[in-house]
Design a protein around this ligand. Structure first.
Ligand code: ZN
Length: 407
């Protein structure tokens, strides 16, 4: 029971970016603790379109804020995304195929533009080998993404050149785990070795093909294989938040120790819209907007999976419209490993609040603090600067140690 409590405390501290130790002075509401437990153990949430666990966490934050205000006269926490963005987006692609026989293409020809099929037949364009094309679309918006490529479905040597070039430019390549890897360490190891020998580097993350996942086995297998993250927990046949969460978290092992590996919950998969729910493009765009608003409202991470092979297909071809829409917001958009790098450094940075002082150790450019004060006056700041906003202040560190003192 004790390690379960410790796990929940750390989970909340990381999720909300709280000052160290503040939860010791607090009792965590039972219903919140139970929901976190059921979530990380894999119970599918009832209101799946609603990130309910995130909502409960944000709600709990108000209680903590009220407590800190009365105790210290101010409250501060580490904001979730670089420079205080309203929400973050992880762009990802599963590369299930890099080629299909012409007979298959002709069978599903209605999904493509006639013009594209002609170019494909003339070998002037490949409808399936879309790494370059995807990157080109993203470049137009100044964006980068993560490609999950398969070690078991095609020869990675065939795309090694493209991979090398795009990796150099800031795209990430991770493993799209094949048949059985979610329940077998041997199979996972073998695929990682194949990936490494064909591409020349080891993947740091995984997404399982068909989002296959076993809550009792998969995290352990990935951690034993020295992977840093997974992004397989999502819904396939409906829209929403499989376990009510949309921020990265460290899952527990079977005795409630916090694991090293990070889970990045998947929020939207393109094939859910077109394949499972038979949406047309306008409806799909509306579904995307609804999910985006839900993530935005909890300051979460919107992890999007868009299959590379759908980019030139009916439905999938709205991808540029989606990027354009995301860019219009105050959002932070990047590939998974860059976002997790920020997230981990944020976890490591230590925020301490005392009666007349706050101190942030391990601060770095991009990490910001939200600071709320009543009538308490700031008497000094070292290692950073403060921006005044309506109703709150944002603190930007400029060195590794930041200190704000109050009168
Ligand atoms: Zn797949």
């Amino acid at each position: 029971l004790n390690s379960e409590n410790l796990y929940i405390t750390s989970f909340i501290e990381q999720n909300l970016g709280l000052p160290a130790g503040i939860l010791d002075e607090f009792s965590i509401p039972d219903n919140l603790a139970h929901r976190i437990i059921s979530s990380v153990r894999g119970d599918e949430q009832e209101e799946v379109e609603n990130p309910t666990v995130e909502r409960m966490l944000n709600f709990f934050m108000r209680d903590i804020g009220a407590y800190a205000m009365s105790e210290y006269g101010f409250f501060a926490f580490k904001e979730r995304w670089p420079n205080g963005a309203d929400y973050a987006v992880a762009l990802t692609h599963d590369v299930d195929n890099i080629d299909r026989p012409l007979s298959h293409i002709l069978k599903i020809r209605k999904r493509f533009r006639f013009y594209d099929i002609i170019l494909h037949i003339l070998h002037l364009r490949s409808l399936y080998r879309n790494l370059d094309y995807t990157a080109k679309v993203e470049s137009k918006y100044g964006l980068k993404s993560t490609f999950f490529v398969m070690a078991s479905n095609y020869d990675l040597k065939e795309i090694a050149k493209d991979v090398g070039k795009l990796k150099e430019l800031g795209w990430e390549f991770a493993l799209h785990g094949g048949e059985g890897t979610h329940e077998s360490k041997e199979k996972m190891m073998k695929e990682i070795d194949t990936f490494a020998s064909k591409l020349g580097f080891r993947p740091i993350g995984v997404r399982e093909h068909f989002l296959k996942f076993d809550f009792e086995k998969t995290w352990k297998i990935l951690e034993d294989c020295h992977l840093s993250y997974d992004s397989s927990i999502g819904t396939r046949d409906k829209l929403g938040f499989r376990i009510g969460l949309c921020t990265p978290f460290h899952p527990p092992d079977s005795s409630w120790n916090m694991m090293r590996i990070t889970e990045v919950p998947l929020v939207l998969m393109d094939t859910t819209l077109w394949g499972y729910m038979k949406r047309n493009e306008d409806e799909g765009m509306n579904d995307f907007m609804r999910l985006k608003d839900a993530v935005h409202s909890v300051n979460g991470l919107f992890t999007i999976l868009w299959h590379t092979e759908s980019l030139r297909m009916k439905g999938g071809r709205i991808y540029p419209k989606i990027l354009e829409n995301l860019k219009r917001d105050n959002s932070y958009i990047n590939n998974v490993s860059t976002i997790l790098n920020f997230w981990e450094r944020r976890n490591m940075a230590k925020l301490k609040i005392e009666r007349r002082k706050l101190r942030l150790e391990g601060a770095f450019i991009g990490l910001t603090l939200r600071l709320e004060t009543l009538d308490k006056k700031i008497s000094g700041i070292k290692g950073g600067y403060i921006e005044e906003n309506d109703g709150y202040r944002r603190v930007f560190p400029t060195s590794e140690v930041l200190e704000v003192s109050f009168e």
